[in-house]
Design a protein. Structure first.
Length: 343
């Protein structure tokens, strides 16, 4: 077995922020380590880009029974991997529930949102199965100090020295100045309750600016015909970055986040941010955001009015946002992972 051979387990079933996380993290790890391999279950556009790969073959009986990759990872993965690698990095919380004496396992927990807001099935997983995965991991990585505190609070049997916070990165951009601001605010619409989109809609509906708009990207709601509120659905990255850059501010008043990639995306494109004063959001946003109570509609409305009327506040937030994103890079993230692997 090759000394310090590392497997990075890529999961094609993951979406949204965690998908961004695993792909950017592996790109950087691949640049700085000669001993890391991309573990994959099936070839796709991402896996095709890399030469150092390891195909994880799912047995025929699993396919016949329609066993998902997540279930395979929980129960059968370690049997297949055996002693092929010294270290296995799993960039999500879907990790084997049994202890391995054949390799060291690093498991990343982004958040435990489903424990509070998930379906009954997800709550069962996070309450009964996740603790087993964490107990049998050699090291647990969280993406924010808030997520670390949440783990220690809700899973009291996990030793605190076992959990390490490593911030996610943000992709660098070439733009030095934001584009000319247009008369709209930007947000992300999600159907999940904790994303708090309906509260934002209520806060915006009562404003008395005739030409001011609230633009949502992401999911489409059941009711779309709301004055001055536009739902674009999913947009490509080029369109999204233009929307960020031309927006008066990006509003992200979620009730719970493990990290909050969109906050940093907005800041990197010269967009002021309004975000929640709870969960991980103050930690990630730094001084480049106005913090609000995500349940207080009046406070949210007043903050929107303030940014609409006061250009100096917006300019200050843009400047602080640019400073804030310097704290985050995929290079820093990848190097921190490798340090944990070597311990």
């Amino acid at each position: 077995m090759k000394k310090n051979k590392i497997l990075f387990l890529y999961d094609p079933e993951i979406s949204y922020g965690i998908k961004t996380y695993q792909e950017n993290l592996f790109r950087e790890l691949d640049k700085i380590s000669k001993n890391i391999y991309l573990g994959y279950f099936e070839e796709n556009d991402f896996t095709k880009k890399f030469k150092k790969k390891f195909l994880i073959k799912i047995p025929k009986f699993c396919k016949k029974l329609r066993i998902s990759i997540i279930i395979y990872k929980l129960f059968l993965l370690d049997i297949y991997l055996g002693k092929k690698f010294n270290n296995v990095i799993i960039p999500s919380q879907h990790a084997p529930m049994v202890k391995s004496n054949k390799h060291k396992r690093l498991v990343t927990v982004h958040d435990i949102t489903p424990l509070f807001y998930g379906s009954k099935l997800k709550k069962i997983f996070y309450k009964f199965f996740l603790p087993l995965s964490l107990k049998n991991a050699d090291k647990i990585i969280t993406v924010s100090n808030h997520s670390r505190k949440d783990l220690l609070k809700n899973f009291k049997k996990i030793p605190k020295e076992k959990i390490k916070t490593i911030y996610s990165g943000i992709n660098p951009i070439n733009q030095k100045r934001p584009l000319k601001k247009q008369n709209y605010f930007l947000s992300i619409y999600r159907n999940e309750k904790w994303k708090n989109s309906e509260v934002l809609i209520d806060s915006f509906k009562n404003l008395k600016f005739k030409n001011l708009k609230l633009i949502f990207v992401g999911d489409l709601p059941k009711k779309e015909n709301i004055p001055n509120i536009v739902f674009l659905g999913n947009v490509n990255s080029k369109k999204l970055m233009k929307l960020y850059s031309q927006s008066k501010a990006f509003i992200y008043i979620s009730l719970y986040e493990g990290f909050g990639f969109p906050i940093l995306e907005a800041q990197s494109w010269g967009c002021p941010v309004i975000t929640s004063n709870i969960s991980s959001m103050p930690e990630i946003a730094g001084k480049g955001a106005i913090l609000v109570n995500p349940k207080n509609r009046k406070e949210i409305s007043k903050t929107i009015v303030k940014l609409t009327k006061n250009k100096k506040i917006s300019e200050k937030l843009i400047s602080e946002g640019y400073k804030n994103i310097k704290r985050f890079s995929w290079e820093k993230c990848a190097k921190a992972y490798l340090r944990e692997v070597k311990k």
